[in-house]
Ligand binder design. Sequence first.
Ligand SMILES: [Zn+2]
Length: 158
Amino acid sequence: MSRPRLAPLLPVSWYTARMWVIVHALSGMALGSLLATRSLWEIAFWALALHVVLDLIPHWDYTRLPRRVRWGTVDAGLSIVSLVLARAVFCLDWGIVVAGIVSALPDLELLDTLFGLRRRRLFPSHRPWFPHGSCGPLPGVMVQATIVIASLLLLVLV
Ligand SMILES: [Zn+2]
């Protein structure tokens, strides 16, 4: 099996793996389902805290692959579809949907990475001093798949 090719646009020193947006959206919704009795502000606060915690966990993403724009589009598209389905089809509470949106939102500032650019990061877990977790493709995808499955189970069971 060949290793994924690295895109030449991003210097390695700029690179930290991003947890996939769909992972943040689904885990945020799962957290929102656990905090259903809390206020929207409180849910939003914990959704942001969850984003920070997940960014600590070693993971892998597609932002160094040649087709990263395509992967990013699929990732963002799946996230939006899952949030819309959660509200429109499964009629989940607004608190759950808001938690999913808020948890995924900080990664908007990373969109420039897809185009080989890098602006100053504002969100704490995207700052250079933050111990952002990263690892190889197989364990990095497995850990995110595990979080997705656990989040879906929580959404179904709670
Ligand atoms: Zn992030």
